[in-house]
Design a protein around this ligand. Structure first.
Ligand code: HAM
Length: 427
């Protein structure tokens, strides 16, 4: 039997690792500036953590969760997203406090049983933040600001930031009544999934990607038209802050996002360069009732998550360049036989203790071939160790970028090596 990775999963290696590290390092830097601390939660939770937060009627809970019984008959689920787990962790570890904003970030793999296609995986990676403790609209703007800065720092220029407000539970009740009235006569024209969605959780009809359903929704009432005065004011203040911060946005009155926990501000960052339906690079919103819904105190919160795989895919498609953080000094030791290899262990040990990136040849090819290989693989120094060097206790160092050669007395003048190869390692 040919063994392959499960459908919808991928191995990440080579150039993709450089992209991924760049994306993650960029995020970490921004999160640090905005004073977020990292949290790591388990990759699986009790199923209820997700079903109670994301919503029983959502596609994620209905069709996309990897749920299984453990050996003691407990229902567990691989996390399909990060927010519910973080809220569970915040409540369980009592991380919240009344007067302090809790700012957390996370990076992790998520699992959704979706039909795999370009940019849509069954295991994918997200990085995200959750800001827990206030419903001040300045924080909404700050969270969007972080998302926006992150993509600018990655080099993106033409992304579109969509914003909308879902209102509070009172606004939503009014809206739902009108929405149901509108959809009822059209119900037969909706796809089977949407007819089910409408029964269980009418708002989820908005998540449908089918054009026939989308066209029916095009003239439906909009959630933002049913905002109470408080929610209207709140949204206006968020938009004012975005203007002051010079963050360009587009109000999308049909944006509802696929989770039940959202209240008030929601947003998504999309790219028209991603030609599939999977054009969202990231998204998020406020979830003021989720913490109390999961058994914690009434604490408002807001956050977002970015799809790392999708971001990487688009960076490659757009040919966005970044500077790879590489160690400047890379040393390759070329030993001429087994005896020299043993002798050179001591040199390798010294170099690695000095935090120099170095390697050694494992098969003894001819010297010319080894030097060419070192040059092709971005080493800037080679150290040659042959019988002569062992007998005289010396080393030959070649600077292969500058074509210079040095002889060093290994036994008595170890420090000379560092003088030659330099101590500033990062490009
Ligand atoms: P989400 O919109 O479901 O939000 O996911 C965020 C991002 O994860 C998407 O924009 C997309 O880039 C990526 N993503 C989602 N599903 C897949 C998939 N199957 N394959 C590849 N990438 C995918 C959330 O997950 C919320 N927890 C965000 C949030 C945080 N809201 C408040 N706080």
């Amino acid at each position: 039997m040919k063994i392959s990775s499960p459908r919808g999963t991928s191995d990440i290696y080579g150039e993709d690792i450089d992209y991924r590290n760049f994306i993650i390092n960029t995020a970490r830097k921004i999160f640090e500036i905005f004073n977020y601390s990292e949290i790591i939660t388990p990759a699986f939770e009790y199923t209820q953590v997700f079903s109670r937060s994301i919503g029983e009627g959502t596609d994620i809970v209905q069709k996309e969760m990897y749920t299984f019984m453990d050996r003691k008959g407990r229902s567990l689920t691989l996390r399909p997203e990060g927010t519910a787990s973080i809220v569970r962790a915040v409540i369980e570890n009592k991380m919240y406090s009344e007067n302090m904003l809790l700012k957390l970030f996370y990076i992790g793999n998520m699992f959704r049983y979706e039909r795999p296609q370009k940019g849509r995986m069954r295991e994918f990676w997200q990085l995200g933040i959750e800001s827990i403790g206030t419903d001040n609209p300045v924080i909404d703007a700050e969270v969007i600001w972080i998302l926006n800065s992150f993509f600018i720092k990655l080099g993106f220029k033409n992304l579109i930031l969509l914003v909308n407000s879902m209102g509070c539970s009172r606004c939503r009740e009014k809206f739902l009544a009108e929405f149901k009235k509108y959809i009822k006569p059209e119900l037969g024209k909706l796809c089977n999934d949407c007819q089910n969605r409408f029964e269980k959780n009418p708002l989820r009809v908005f998540d449908c990607k089918k054009n026939s359903c989308k066209s029916i929704l095009a003239s439906s009432p909009e959630v933002s038209s049913y905002l109470c005065s408080g929610c209207k004011r709140n949204f206006k203040e968020v938009l004012e802050c975005l203007k002051i911060l010079k963050i360009k946005y587009r109000i999308d009155k049909n944006l509802v996002r696929g989770f039940d926990y959202y209240t008030k501000t929601i947003f998504e960052i999309i790219s028209e360069d991603l030609q599939s339906a999977q054009n969202a690079l990231g998204g998020g919103g406020r979830y003021d009732n989720l913490i109390s819904q999961l058994g914690g105190p009434e604490i408002p919160a807001i956050g977002f998550a970015v799809g790392i795989d999708r971001t990487m895919m688009l960076m490659k498609q757009l040919n966005l360049k970044f500077k790879k953080l590489t160690r400047k000094t890379r040393v390759y030791l070329i030993t001429m036989n087994k005896n020299c290899q043993i002798y050179s262990l001591d040199i390798l040990k010294y170099l690695r203790e000095m935090e120099v990136t170095c390697d050694i040849n494992f098969s003894n090819k001819n010297l010319k071939k080894e030097i060419k290989w070192a040059r092709d693989n971005n080493y800037n120094f080679i150290i040659i160790i042959g019988e002569d060097e062992i007998n005289s206790g010396s080393l030959t160092i070649k600077d292969i970028k500058k074509f210079k050669q040095y002889k060093v007395d290994w036994k008595n003048q170890k420090d000379k090596i560092m003088e030659i190869i330099g101590a500033n390692y990062y490009d």
